[in-house]
Design a protein around this ligand. Structure first.
Ligand code: ATP
Length: 150
């Protein structure tokens, strides 16, 4: 369905800027992708919710989250960056697996089922896109989504 990108992304991030502010986290955006694209609005919304929820979950107050979008070679690129605890090389290999969570303890201090990123991967797959994770030592994680657009 035709989606106007600026309006769509702004709608998605609205609650997150508020939550970040309440948690004393810096939330910034660099939204270079504009115009009308054909994407599944609800599913891409859900994908962004998964990535932004994680970014908030795995950062502490004083740390930062950013969302960047751009269009390059007929692809919509979405990056969710955080300056949180980062992600180990071991975990990087498995984060998209079903039920994988870095915290194995039953304490569920950070909550979650380990299904979020599995669903994210599935949403990206049905759009014939790609999702990758990078970490920036000593701190922080970036999830990058590349979606072919029309
Ligand atoms: P939920 O299902 O509620 O999202 P979850 O966060 O445990 O719970 P996933 O979203 O699938 O599940 O994430 C899997 C694992 O990937 C997490 O347990 C965590 O170890 C790691 N992870 C995901 N996002 C980040 C991030 N931004 N920074 C650090 N680790 C992350």
């Amino acid at each position: 369905e035709p989606v106007e990108l600026s309006e769509f992304i702004n709608q998605v991030i609205e609650p997150y800027s508020e939550i970040a502010e309440l948690d004393s986290k810096q939330f910034t955006t660099n939204l270079m992708a504009t115009g009308i694209v054909l994407i599944d609005r609800q599913r891409i919304h859900q994908l962004l919710v998964i990535l932004l929820d994680n970014a908030l979950k795995y950062t502490e107050s004083g740390q930062a989250i950013s969302l960047d979008t751009m269009i390059k070679n007929k692809q919509l690129i979405i990056m969710v960056n955080d300056t949180g605890r980062g992600i180990s090389d071991q975990a990087k290999k498995h984060v998209f697996d079903r039920f994988y969570r870095e915290d194995k303890s039953g304490s569920r201090a950070t909550g979650g089922t380990g299904l979020g990123l599995t669903i994210a991967q599935w949403i990206v797959d049905i759009h014939k896109g790609k999702i990758t994770v990078e970490d920036f030592k000593p701190q922080g994680t970036t999830f990058k989504v590349v979606l072919p657009i029309k």
